[in-house]
Structures are given as structure tokens and as C-alpha cells.
Design a protein around this ligand. Structure first.
Ligand code: PEP
Length: 262
């Protein structure tokens, strides 16, 4: 993937929303609107139950499909878990790893995140790795050290070649689902820090190619200003991805900002 020109990437995390009929309706609306944002790369991330249906609907549209999590073993006695090969089988090319809600409610640690990340790569999935600080960590001036720790521990054992398949998402906990967005300069500062840290670890070439998304209460109204920040390459969107208009509106604003950035 190294050397591929970057286009704005917008991924929609549906979280625990959407029955199969609701998913069908949302995807149909996204498919109708998507030709208007053909310069962007779109990923939809429905709940597991809707993956096969959404995969069939997406067909050859160019919109990618992702899972919200995976377990690191390929199969076995792990009731309730879903593996990388199962996600591939359901049509996924991407998978979210280490979302803050998984870290907060399901005891994910940097160690389990690392195991999942490696399993995703082994299965040929593109992980979207979520990192970011809590409000307490930000207030204590520990944002940079928290993301450094996550980069160090979550990416442990990954080569520069592996990094080319990983999408990073900077998602400050305090901005997720809260309606509070990081100010563009606040987000941009952390993105620049993350890219710099990746540069120290993997070299400037791989770091400059890395896709770093921002996530946290992104909407059409704030996505233009966020995308104008130098090191923001796209968005991981929760709430606003549940409506085709706002999901596509975010991609449209990102494309507008991208044209001005170039
Ligand atoms: C998310 O789920 O990753 C997210 C950023 O949610 P929201 O856009 O609702 O804050």
C-alpha cells in the first residue's frame, strides 16, 4: 500500500445499532448518495449480524466493509467470539481494534489489542486501530505519553510493511458520543505527534504514508475544519454514520478541504 496516493477516508462505526432491515435501508441510502463523493474512500462497519446482508448490498460499489472487533484465535471453543477468517468470510476487508468502548466496557488492554491487531493482519484484514486519551489523562497533561504507550504496545512486533496495512484512528475518549469535538488545532496537534512518533519508530517514509483518522463527535458541520489540519487523513464516525446524509456530508466536506489542502 506504500506509495498509493491518499484520499480522504471516512469510516462509519454503527456500534450496536441497526437490525437487518434497518441496515438494508441505511446502505441503500448510502449507495444512492455515494456517487457524489466518489473521490473519497468509504467504509461501513455494521454489527456482526448485518455483515452478510450489507456485504451483498455493497456488491461492486467500492464501499468497503468492516467488523467492529475480532478475537485473535482463528477458531475453537471461544463462545461468543468472531475470528478474522469469519470476518473475511462475511465480506470484510477492515476491522476496528481497540475502540475506546471496548477498552472501557470489555476490559481490552494494550496487550489484547496487540494480539487482535496481529490476528487481523494474519487474516488479511486492514485493522483500524483506535488510540486516544481519557479526559483525566488530558487534564493531567498526559495525552502525548498515553498515545506513545499505545503506539509502542499496540503495534508491538509490527514491521514497517505491516504498518502500511494499519489505519490509525485518534479518538480522545472525552469526544466520543459526547457531542464534544476536539478543536481542530487540538486534534491536529495530536495527529502531528502520532505521525512523528511513527516516524521515530518506522522511519519517515512509512510514517508519512500512514492514514490517521480523527474520531469524536464528527459531523458535516465540523469535518471541513478538522480535515484542513495537515495530519488528519479522514474520520472514524459513530453517531453521524447512522444517517446517510450526515455520513456522506462528512465525506463531502473532507473532499472540499482536501482540494484546498493540495
Ligand atoms: C466512534 O464510535 O468511534 C465515534 C467517534 O463516535 P461518535 O462519532 O458518535 O463520537
Amino acid at each position: 500500500m506504500t506509495g498509493t496516493p491518499k484520499v480522504p477516508l471516512v469510516a462509519g462505526n454503527w456500534k450496536m445499532h441497526m437490525t437487518i432491515p434497518e441496515a438494508r435501508e441505511l446502505v441503500s441510502a448510502i449507495l444512492r448518495a455515494a456517487p457524489g463523493v466518489s473521490g473519497a474512500s468509504l467504509v461501513v462497519i455494521p454489527p456482526f449480524t448485518a455483515l452478510s446482508e450489507v456485504s451483498s448490498l455493497l456488491g461492486g460499489s467500492g464501499i468497503a466493509l468492516g467488523g467492529q472487533d475480532l478475537f485473535w484465535e482463528e477458531k475453537g471453543a471461544y463462545t461468543g467470539e468472531i475470528s478474522g477468517p469469519m470476518l473475511r468470510d462475511a465480506g470484510c476487508g477492515h476491522v476496528l481494534i481497540g475502540h475506546s468502548e471496548r477498552r472501557q466496557h470489555f476490559a481490552e488492554t494494550d496487550e489484547t489489542v496487540n494480539r487482535k491487531l496481529r490476528a487481523a493482519l494474519k487474516s488479511g484484514l486492514r485493522p483500524i486501530l483506535c488510540i486516544g486519551e481519557t479526559l483525566e489523562e488530558r487534564q493531567a497533561g498526559k495525552t502525548a505519553s498515553r498515545v506513545d504507550t499505545q503506539i509502542e504496545q499496540d503495534l508491538r512486533g509490527l514491521s514497517a510493511e505491516d504498518l502500511a496495512s494499519v489505519i490509525l484512528a485518534y479518538e480522545p475518549d472525552w469526544a466520543i458520543g459526547t457531542g464534544v469535538t476536539a478543536a481542530p488545532t487540538q486534534a491536529g496537534e495530536v495527529h502531528t505527534h502520532i505521525r512523528g512518533r511513527l516516524g521515530e519508530k518506522y522511519g519517515n517514509g512509512p510514517a508519512s504514508c500512514a492514514i490517521i483518522l480523527y474520531g469524536g463527535s464528527v459531523k458535516p458541520a465540523n469535518s471541513y475544519a478538522l480535515f484542513k489540519e495537515k495530519n488528519i487523513d479522514g474520520f472514524l464516525v459513530g453517531g453521524a454514520s447512522l444517517e446517510a446524509d450526515s455520513f456522506i456530508g462528512i465525506a463531502r466536506e473532507a473532499l472540499r478541504a482536501d482540494r484546498e489542502k493540495k
